[in-house]
Ligand binder design. Structure first.
Ligand code: GLN
Length: 555
């Protein structure tokens, strides 16, 4: 008998889909809400996966400036995505595959590609239904890949915007196709204007009406506000928005985002959702490990003061800590594990172009230099690295941070005149950081989108090195996002001058970790990859833990 091929569009009949849409305004925490819902459903023994839909034309998040869009999160398989994918991975303690992320641009690209390949059999290809159908195909494929009981789908943007209309259309079509398997959750914002001192529900009512005009009806409304929603307002929302009062969930501002799943459980959110979807839990809610983590996050007495010196913090009058969100969270997880209270200060690299400013660093126990691109702030970062190296301040460089550690070392210890990275000064005599050979061609052809060295790669660590001690293994897998690398021509000279290359690609061609020996410095480590992308609340990253431990001990 012929074997039946599983079609990519097929799906398990039992999969349930929860769409999360936002009302009233952006920035109310749809991503954290979706992650928290996913977290409490997972705690019932269900297999849960989460999808993010971004309304941009950009095919992925990789070409967006972080000051515009926040952090670019890189998935294990290399897709450059929105930071919400990072939230999903942290709250679910699981890797998300690239099928779980889409943008308007990527959806259109697929449809146009299929049209070019005659996959539509010569018929008219139209925005409706072909765009929503492609969205649905991807959602079902993600369900299949994860063998999910429940799929959370977060629709970016706010209801009422022109940009996400086609995604609402996809929800409408899916709900018509399988009403019993689809639930819609609206995350709305309820203002408490200072002049009135009362929580107002009208903007939410208007937002729900706009959602309804797209043919989509909410099953649950999650009310984001500075305070809890009282029973009276829950009933009012229920009456005006066509949901049952018990499906109006209060989601006040909390001390930490990691409290949210516990708050939802206190409000029976998961059982309400399971009831709406006719799903039975596979076990009694088990949030033990999560509760333990939350407890530990509040327990630390001793502080550890970390300066994150980045180049993307300033936007007009505002400080954008979102740009390095995974780095900040990774610091916290490791600090909690060590029972320490992290005090993180964001400092703009540009400020340290003036060396007189370096004395501001005196109050910190450790300095972290995150990744980045281009010239801005580089001089300041180099000054900070020199300061940390000479003053024995534990210093952790990530990607660009690591590359600049090598540049600083080459200039001031190896005394090359003068060394730089090809990214900022291609005419420098000693390009200790050079463009990777396969990248040179891509740059020449202006193939810049999705073309860096991206995603997870293995590396081998030197036995006995600081890195190997931290990881407790010599074989690791880490995620990357870079075009430049340590120039192999300089490795011998840098090593002779005392810089140890303690981690390399398995074929020894790419330098993945640099460190100074413990007799030279308490902690001077740079990594070409992005360890922050794999740090999780329930699995803190060993290198961050080693860095924080060194910072605390060097106090
Ligand atoms: N700009 C550097 C490179 O492309 C570092 C990238 C990064 O920090 N993510 O190699």
């Amino acid at each position: 008998m012929k074997k039946k091929k599983i079609k990519a569009t097929a799906t398990q009949p039992t999969t349930k889909y929860i769409f999360v849409v936002g009302g009233v305004m952006s920035g109310v925490g749809k991503g954290i809400t979706s992650s928290s819902i996913a977290c409490v459903l997972q705690a019932q023994g269900l297999v849960v996966t989460a999808i993010k839909i971004d309304p941009y034309i950009n095919v992925d998040a990789g070409t967006m400036n972080p000051t515009e869009h926040g952090e670019v999160f890189v998935l294990k398989d290399g897709l450059e995505t929105d930071q919400d994918m990072g939230n999903y991975e942290r709250f679910l303690n699981a890797d998300m595959p690239s099928i779980n992320y889409m943008t308007t641009g990527s959806v259109y690209q697929s449809v146009i590609e299929k049209e070019r390949n005659l996959e539509y059999g010569g018929r008219n290809v139209e925005v409706v239904p072909d765009i929503p159908l492609e969205v649905i195909r991807r959602i079902k494929k993600a369900a299949l890949v994860a063998a999910a009981d429940v799929v959370l789908i977060e629709v970016g943007g706010t209801v009422g915007e022109y940009q996400n209309v086609l995604f609402l259309e996809a929800i409408r079509m899916m709900k018509t196709e399988q009403p019993e398997n689809v639930a819609v959750v609206m995350v709305s914002y309820l203002p408490v204007p200072g002049s009135i001192g009362e929580m107002k529900t009208k903007p939410t009512q208007t937002a729900v009406r706009m959602l309804n005009s797209a043919g989509v009806f909410a099953d649950m409304i999650i009310c984001r506000s500075s305070m809890s929603v009282d029973q009276k307002r829950k009933e009012k929302i229920a009456t005006f928005c066509n949901v049952r009062a018990e499906n109006v969930i209060s989601s006040p501002d909390l001390q930490s985002i990691y409290d949210i799943p516990l708050n939802y459980e206190a409000d029976n959110l998961s059982s309400r959702l399971l009831a709406i979807l006719g799903l039975t839990p596979k076990k009694r809610t088990d949030l033990k490990a999560w509760k333990q983590f939350v407890k530990q996050s509040k327990g630390g007495v001793d502080t550890v003061k970390i300066a994150v010196v980045g180049k993307y913090f300033n936007s007009g009058e505002f400080v954008l800590s979102d740009v390095y969100i995974s780095v900040l969270e990774a610091i916290k997880f490791s600090a909690y594990k060590l029972n320490l209270k992290p005090e993180i200060t964001y400092l703009s690299a540009q400020d340290f172009t003036d060396k007189k400013q370096l004395k501001r660093l005196g109050v910190f126990d450790g300095i972290l230099l995150p990744g980045g691109f281009g010239k801005t702030g580089v001089e300041g970062m180099l000054n900070v690295i020199e300061y940390a190296r000479k003053h024995d301040v534990p210093c952790f460089g990530i990607c660009y941070g690591m590359q600049l550690m090598v540049v600083e070392f080459a200039n001031h210890v190896l005394h090359l005149k003068y060394a730089s990275t090809e990214e900022i000064d291609p005419s420098a005599k000693h390009l200790v950081i050079g463009v990777m050979p396969d990248q040179r061609e891509k740059i020449a052809k202006k193939e810049m989108g999705g073309s860096m060295r991206l995603g997870q790669y293995p590396a081998r660590l030197k036995t006995g090195s600081l890195a190997a001690k931290a990881y407790k293994t010599t074989e690791i897998l880490e995620r990357h996002r870079h075009r430049y690398e340590v120039n192999p021509e300089y490795i011998e000279r840098l090593t002779a001058a005392g810089l140890s290359f303690s981690g390399t690609s398995p074929d020894s061609t790419l330098m993945e970790i640099v460190e100074l020996p413990p007799e030279e410095h308490p902690f001077f480590v740079g990594v070409q990859f992005h360890p922050e992308l794999q740090a999780r609340p329930l699995a803190p990253h060993p290198l961050f833990t080693a860095f924080l431990k060194a910072a605390y001990e060097a106090k």
